[in-house]
Design a protein around this ligand. Sequence first.
Ligand SMILES: Cc1cc2nc3c(=O)[nH]c(=O)nc-3n(C[C@H](O)[C@H](O)[C@H](O)COP(=O)(O)OP(=O)(O)OC[C@H]3O[C@@H](n4cnc5c(N)ncnc54)[C@H](O)[C@@H]3O)c2cc1C
Length: 536
Amino acid sequence: MEQNTVDYIVVGAGSAGCVLANRLSESGRHSVLLLEAGPRDNNIWIHIPIGYGKTMWDPRYNWRDYTEPDPGMNQRKVYWPNGRGLGGSSSINGLICMRGQHQDYERWAALGNRGWGWADVLPWFIKSEHNTRGASAYHGADGPLWCSDIEEKHELMEAIIRGAGDLGIPRNDDFNGAAQEGVGYYQLSTRHGWRCSTATAYLKPARRRPNLRVETDAHAGVVVFDGVRAVGIRYEQHGRAHEVRAAKEVILAAGALRSPQLLQLSGVGPAALLQTHGVPLVKDLPGVGANLQDHLQLRLIFKCTKPITTNDQLASLWGQMKIGLKWLLFRQGPLAIGINQGGLFTRALPQSKTPDIQFHFATLSAEMAGAKPHDFSGFTMSVCQLRPESRGTLAIKSRDPKQPAAMQPNYLSAEIDRQTAVAGMKVARALAAAPAMRPYVREEYKPGPKVGNDAELLEFARNNGATIFHPSGTCKMGSDALAVVDERLRVHGLAGLRVVDCSIMPTLVSGNTNLPVIMIAEKAAAMILEDAGVTN
Ligand SMILES: Cc1cc2nc3c(=O)[nH]c(=O)nc-3n(C[C@H](O)[C@H](O)[C@H](O)COP(=O)(O)OP(=O)(O)OC[C@H]3O[C@@H](n4cnc5c(N)ncnc54)[C@H](O)[C@@H]3O)c2cc1C
């Protein structure tokens, strides 16, 4: 039965949206409608971690966006996968559990966002978490989102950890604990070897609640306003137009690439842009779509002397059967991991007070993330700068909600980003040359010996740099001229409307973004209920 008015409409069932749907419907006192443009998450490759390689290109579960030609990338259009369907990007991501640095949140607070310092956000990280190591000062054991250890140690990862030790980089067994610096294995969002997306962790347990309605294949087109109050959403489902009303609030959780698009399509954004496309202005907010930030990954690939890489295991039918059996019997091995096993956080530039680069180590190599593995024994060190200063923009190209907006990251446009990219790749080369790594490195395949000096390394970055999938910041929280939401995530100058997803980050966190988004949504849900006079 179509119900035309609910208390809360949440747009987007991704990392943030599923958390909101669960928490806002938990008390049973409010009706919640969750609208998701994509399908249900009933494909096996979403749930087996290595399916990451398959969903990377699957248009059913992935928006498969491309940036505009980027001057910093020698005019290349960079592929930007992002999740579509229940769980959103948490259904197709690399499963790495990473919160960032304590200082990231101190920076948000120092920018004037009260309630977002490290001590303020830690309880929400803990609330969301079910860490298989148990509860501690930094970790939760009772939350919905599983963070599990990689049980099996890999010979190559062990060599990398020793090699980093040769460079003076300490081992760190908990990147989400007291400090991030160091090298070690990642914890993954898996539960007994299966992916633990927010759809699995948060939505599934809430699905039977009579006050929660979930609509998939429901593409939100515009926010409906009554003056400056958001009162509903118009969406399309199976070719039919619908309008639904929100008695309390409309909450956009469509991700950093689609929440700002939806705002612009609804008349909230830079006045000149909206005028160009004939969108009637509701609120001139120049920051909608500004402040776009992303982590650029630079992948160094090495040929390995020993046939111990995942490339080797996947090369034969027998090898594939063996890893399949290992997963079926023990829920272990490459199928349980996704791609990246371990990480490293260190300082590439002397002036940095905390790590300024992150490495993702994969015991596998391919021409690009998610592509067919090389036919040689290979492994990858992917380097990314943690706090880029380059800023991009996102702007609608038309009034068609189904046409992606123009996304221009302007990678490497800031001098410090260029310096860090070059310095970071040099750290990777030093690591590959460390005594503990020598028995494992046959040769550097990419960039390769022809790329030597700093200018050549920078050119390699421009020609090969790719996203590590963290576009953020396009509806930033704050109070300056480009801020879109306030510290309670309410859109400035409007009523009944919030944005709760990756787009509200004023500055990118120093690490992967899934856990931070989940934390943001946990905290936002509590604020929304508090503003409605409900304490759970
Ligand atoms: C390939 C990949 C690998 C990644 N790896 C990691 C990792 O290992 N660790 C990590 O921490 N982070 C990782 N990330 C990043 C992380 O997953 C995302 O930053 C995070 O999931 C973003 O959450 P979100 O809620 O902002 O958006 P999303 O999770 O993307 O959710 C947005 C949802 O809104 C829906 N939607 C969009 N527009 C509309 C509309 N108009 N109407 C209705 N619904 C709409 C989308 O379909 C989607 O389901 C990865 C991301 C990708 C894409």
